[in-house]
Design a protein around this ligand. Structure first.
Ligand SMILES: [Zn+2]
Length: 311
């Protein structure tokens, strides 16, 4: 009997502790409320401030014209930076070969430094140009019908990296006047710059026009009436309660066409998997390999959204 009494007392105490914990949680919750999601798990729901966006295009051609226009400033910026990069490479070669007779260079031990500065500026221009180029390709993905063209279009920055550093390397290695030591230093610098630029310029997660249209249901004339996206993210979300949106108060909503017009060309991987699992959307035939790299994009989206909270 005594044991049973003790047990009841212990249960009472546990109940009280639980209630206190719940009250504390509620107090901390502020604007948040606990709700049940479609998957049946309990989750804290974030109150989003949603702005609805109407789609502008009424055909696939009109949509692709909008994505092209979205990408144009980034592509123009990339080409300008790449031209600057090659100009700096030419300067680097001229400095290394001591073509200039400027006093400021001649009276300066900076003969060696001047080519290095030009090569550094060359590297900065290639990298920022490639980042702009990749951003343009994510806003307006290339068609993958021709695989070679698709690869070249996505990785044009890699080709530019070669053009921006290989000639300098050749001029250095074939130079007859420079000392062996300065030739070695310049050659190593050029090879390192070429590798860094090439790795940054390579598109590790390319998007194709076909994937974009299929994922949004546009290629089957079944675009989604309501999806969500953030100002800075690169993807749109099928579910408003997607975990990647937990840190974003300001959301935009609209059709999947409107999302693409706003520059969100892929669906969030988490939402996509969930929507396929729940039968809300049909799975792509070629999905496993194509969507593999998407996780990273979600993370950048989430990271950017988190950064937004601070504003
Ligand atoms: Zn999502």
């Amino acid at each position: 009997m005594a044991n049973k009494k003790e047990n009841t007392a212990a249960q009472e105490a546990a109940k009280k502790a639980l209630a206190a914990l719940q009250a504390k949680k509620d107090a901390e919750g502020g604007e948040k409320e606990v709700t049940r999601t479609t998957s049946g798990t309990t989750k804290t729901k974030v109150q989003h401030n949603i702005t609805h966006v109407d789609q502008q295009s009424s055909s696939k051609e009109e949509l692709l014209a909008i994505t092209r226009a979205n990408a144009r400033p980034y592509r123009v910026g990339a080409i300008i930076l790449w031209i600057l990069a090659i100009a700096f490479e030419v300067l680097a070669i001229l400095c290394f070969k001591k073509v200039f007779k400027w006093d400021f260079i001649q009276n300066n031990p900076g003969w060696t430094i001047s080519w290095a500065v030009c090569l550094g500026l060359d590297l900065i221009c290639v990298i920022f140009g490639s980042l702009l180029w990749k951003k343009g390709n994510h806003l307006d993905p290339a068609s993958e019908k021709n695989k070679t063209r698709f690869w070249l279009h996505n990785n044009l920055g890699v080709l530019i990296s070669v053009i921006a550093f290989a000639p300098f390397l050749i001029f250095v290695l074939t130079d007859k006047k420079a000392s062996k030591q300065s030739k070695t230093i310049a050659a190593i610098a050029a090879v390192v710059a070429l590798l860094v630029a090439g790795l940054v310029s390579y598109d590790w997660n390319p998007v194709s026009q076909e994937q974009m249209l299929e994922e949004a249901g546009i290629s089957t004339d079944a675009e989604y009436p309501l999806v969500y996206w953030t100002k800075s993210g690169g993807v749109y979300h099928y579910y408003e309660d997607c975990g990647h949106l937990d840190h974003s108060i300001e959301l935009f909503s609209g059709t999947s066409v409107a999302a693409i017009e706003a520059g969100k060309t892929r669906m969030c991987k988490t939402c996509y998997d969930k929507a396929v699992r729940e039968g809300a959307i049909a799975a792509e035939n070629n999905d496993s390999s194509d969507n593999g790299g998407d996780k990273g994009e979600d993370n950048t989206d989430n990271g950017a959204d988190q950064a937004n909270v601070g504003n």
